[in-house]
Design a protein around this ligand. Structure first.
Ligand code: ARG
Length: 488
């Protein structure tokens, strides 16, 4: 844990410390106030500190193996890194506005602890490979946190689905009643995309688990370092194949933001449905008081603000993706300062999902489903018309004709304001000689649901199978989400 910083604490802290700069030898004076203010990133990149310290530990060990730090120096450097980490965690060490970025602040911390020895750690690396490494480590770590919250939301949906395997609902297309489904199947239709989002995070993680350390500024190092060993120590699967690519690309950032955007879009869609379900017009779902809001003027109101915020926050997630893609487009190799703009969107994406997902999970797990209203709505709007057409098909009528006949039957029901199963035997034969009283066997929601036995369909059998598979997969994802990826 690192104590956070804001503009005020950065400025206050500034007077108490001396300015550390990582460059300046060839400059006659310090940066202008305007440049310093534009350039500083420590107010947001400070959260990379634990990852920067982890990188420094691995780097110190590789310098020692290369004979560039002796055993005594290595011991002092590692002890200082531990001490600095503890001071960062307690808030005793804080960055100042004069620390350009997290790397500068932490170098100051090392110089304060070790004097000139603190300056040895910079050999063979650059902020360019450092920042790319820190961000990969941060994101790999936090992708797990996001995955954990996703699993919790999926768990909440699965638990509700288990309660409603037999609850009929009017499945819709175009927001028009279409065919009966079970509400459990409907809820699981929101779980499947979350399972794919989890897969996307894991796929992204495999490509992100590549260490840029060793690339230096862009060309690698003339010092006898060991990037492969460093990669291993930091939990990466390999070190970068090309030092220029290692510091120049942020595709792992854009891809992460695509995944979080898509998660946002999935949550937004779920949110929109909850907004509909809780309206007077639907009345399918009642939210628990602790997950709903009231109105300052209308005492009767109960609003689904969590669902609306889920819908709304998808905007900032997609916005972050667009910002980073636009920033990257046309950047010449290798590192360009534009890339400093890669961090805030991903930090915001992580924070947004960490905030939103638990609220959504709580809202879903505590909502009460109005089974009576759903069951009553299920057959409304002639949702069983397809059953009639299918019944005719089984009797050998070509579907084209069956569709036509059923359409006529629906028109008759509309004219008479009656349900499909209320048409008399005589009228059935008048609509078509193919129709008879036997068709009433398929004209119940129960029978329509029970008839759907093929894998993936809404019948009780396939839904039970789907539930079991989802529960099984979620158990696996829980394990993945809690794996430690960044060793100390
Ligand atoms: N704060 C910088 C960033 O986030 C670190 C890298 C700076 N490198 C440089 N050559 N100026 O991108």
């Amino acid at each position: 844990m690192i104590v956070g910083v804001d503009d005020k604490s950065l400025t206050e802290n500034s007077a108490a410390t001396n300015r550390t700069s990582l460059w300046g030898g060839r400059f006659a004076g310090g940066p202008s106030e305007a440049l310093a203010r534009l350039s500083v990133s420590v107010q947001f990149d400070w959260r990379l500190a634990p990852y920067d310290l982890a990188g420094s530990r691995a780097h110190a060990r590789v310098l020692a193996r290369a004979g560039l730090l002796d055993a005594e120096e290595l011991g002092r450097v590692l002890a200082a890194l531990d001490d600095l980490e503890a001071a960062c965690a307690s808030g005793e060490f804080r960055p100042t506005i004069d620390d350009e970025d997290v790397h500068t602040a932490l170098e100051r911390g090392m110089l304060e602890r070790l004097g000139t020895l603190g300056g040895k750690l910079r050999a063979g690396r650059s902020r360019n490979d450092q920042v790319a490494t820190d961000l990969r480590l941060y994101l790999r770590d936090h992708a797990r946190g996001v995955a954990e919250r996703l699993v919790e939301l999926a768990d909440a949906l699965v638990e509700q689905a288990e309660r409603h395997v037999d609850t009929p609902a009017p499945g819709m297309t175009h927001v028009q009643h279409a065919q009966p489904v079970t509400f459990g199947h409907w809820l699981l239709a929101h779980v499947q995309p979350l399972l794919r989002d989890l897969e996307r995070l894991r796929d992204w993680d495999a490509r992100t688990a590549i260490s840029p350390l060793g690339a230096g500024a862009l060309a690698g190092s003339s010092l006898p370092l060991d990037p492969v060993q460093v990669a291993k120590e930091l939990g990466f699967t390999a070190s970068a194949a090309n030092s220029m690519d290692a510091v120049a690309d942020r595709d792992f950032v854009a891809e992460f933001l695509f995944v979080t955007s898509l998660i946002g879009v999935h949550l937004s869609r779920l949110g929109e449905e909850v907004v509909l379900w809780t309206s007077q017009e639907f009345g399918w779902v009642e939210l628990d008081d602790s997950f709903a809001t009231g109105s300052s003027i209308m005492p009767q109101k109960k609003n689904a603000d969590i669902a609306e915020l889920a819908r709304g926050k998808s905007g900032r997630l997609v916005g972050g993706l667009v910002a980073v893609l636009t920033m990257l487009k046309g950047l010449p190799l290798t590192y360009d300062r534009d890339m400093q703009e890669d961090k805030e969107p991903v930090f915001d994406a992580v924070d947004t999902l960490q905030l939103l997902l638990p609220a959504l999970a709580g809202m879903i797990s505590t909502m009460t489903v109005r089974v009576d209203r759903l069951a009553a709505a299920a057959p409304v709007g002639f949702t069983l018309a397809t059953e009639v057409a299918d019944w005719l098909v089984v009797k050998g009528v070509p579907f084209r004709e069956a569709h036509e006949i059923t359409g006529k039957l629906v028109a008759l029901c509309v004219a008479r304001d009656c349900a499909l199963d209320e048409v008399s035997d005589e009228d059935l034969t008048l609509v078509s000689p193919h129709l008879d009283a036997g068709v009433r066997d398929v004209l119940s929601v129960r029978s329509a649901l029970a008839a759907r036995t093929t894998p993936g369909s809404t019948g009780p059998g396939p839904v039970a199978d789907q539930l079991a598979t989802a529960i099984d997969k979620l158990a696996g994802w829980r394990t993945w989400a809690t794996e430690v990826v960044v060793p100390r």
